[in-house]
Design a protein around this ligand. Structure first.
Ligand SMILES: [Zn+2]
Length: 338
């Protein structure tokens, strides 16, 4: 089978890999219908996150179950499934509390940019769709696997809802889908930070009421202007840099909530500023599995169309170009077809 492997910064190859197979009775093997390149894949691709050897890439996936281990009961061969980027049992106390991405048995998914992949803890990780989806629903279901689920978690963690002003730091796929989530959760005002016209347009389609093009302290000043000098009730941080995190904290009013889901690249929080900001911080790797059943229904009944974040689609063999396009910000998000 083919699979994408990162050898060194900027060096992504699609090559022949050992066939994915059932290794444990709780595993499933799925044949990928679609996969994609994540913003977080760009950290090792850019050399910001070191890699200690060739790394099979990809953790966002939809596909058809090919085989299941002897203990798997919730999915069966032939079913179309969506899974989270973290495998979880969905039964431990942490999972039951809704934090499946911190499951006591968690395993991070890798190797989804491939023809086939092994999914550990299949019963707790995969959710079957009501049937075989129409082709136009596949990108949206794929988005549910990570970027939509992550944007959704950020909006929930930021306590977006009726009566709230939500600001979104980051105009990548996660930030844009954080806008969509805030809209679905009933927020009154949604302010997206973006300086790119195509992304501003998508943010508006997803529900943004205002766009702020300034960043850092100037961006914060704009948020204050739009909120009677107080700051937003809810702020989504979907980048993971020092600047974006501080922009998020400073954009939040005292007592407000920051939902942070950008994977941090050397972020250091200054204690005194944090102390006097009086904001709630809640984030981490999104427990996508918590939201998957609801997100699948919203997509299935065509209430939401998160698949719009994919603005480049390539055959798996051209994965390298998919990474390059995202790295150079020519594409918001690349969908790969095995
Ligand atoms: Zn668990």
């Amino acid at each position: 089978m083919r699979g994408t492997v990162l050898y060194a910064p900027g060096d992504v190859r699609v090559e022949d890999r050992p066939e994915a197979a059932i290794e444990k009775p709780t595993d499933a093997v799925i044949r990928l219908t679609a996969a994609c390149v994540c913003g977080s894949d760009l950290w090792p691709y850019r050399g910001i996150e070191p890699i200690d050897g060739p790394r099979p890439m990809g953790h966002e996936y939809v596909g058809v179950v090919e085989a299941v281990g002897s203990e798997v009961t919730s999915v069966k061969p032939g079913q179309f499934v969506v899974g989270s980027f973290v495998a979880s049992d969905n039964t431990c106390e942490i999972c039951q509390a809704g934090y499946q991405s911190s499951c006591v048995q968690r395993e991070f998914i890798g190797g989804a940019q491939a023809d086939l992949m092994r999914v550990p803890l299949a019963d707790g990780t995969l959710v079957a769709t009501p049937g075989t989806p129409d082709a136009d629903l596949v990108p949206s279901l794929l988005a549910a696997s990570d970027v939509l689920g992550t944007g959704w978690f950020a909006a929930v963690a930021a306590e977006a809802g009726p009566g709230k002003t939500v600001a979104v730091v980051g105009d990548g796929a996660v930030g844009l889908l954080g806008v969509l989530a805030a809209k679905q959760l009933g927020a009154d005002q949604i302010i997206a930070f973006s300086r790119h016209q195509d992304r501003q347009k998508l943010a508006r389609e997803f529900g943004a009421t205002d766009i702020v093009t300034e960043r850092g302290d100037e961006g914060v000043a704009k948020i204050k202007e739009l909120t009677n000098g107080l700051g937003a009730h809810s702020v989504i941080e979907a980048v993971g840099t020092q600047e974006s995190m501080m922009q998020a904290i400073h954009s939040t009013r005292p007592g407000g909530h920051v939902g942070y889901v950008g994977v941090p690249a050397e972020v250091q929080l200054p204690g005194v500023e944090l102390f006097f900001s009086a904001v709630h911080l809640h984030g981490g790797p999104a427990p996508v599995r918590r939201f998957l059943p609801d997100l699948i229904s919203l997509i299935w009944n065509r209430t939401i169309d998160p698949g719009k974040v994919f603005d480049l689609e390539l055959p798996l063999d051209q994965a390298a170009e998919g990474y390059k396009a995202m790295d150079e910000r020519r594409a918001i998000k690349t969908l790969l077809r095995p």
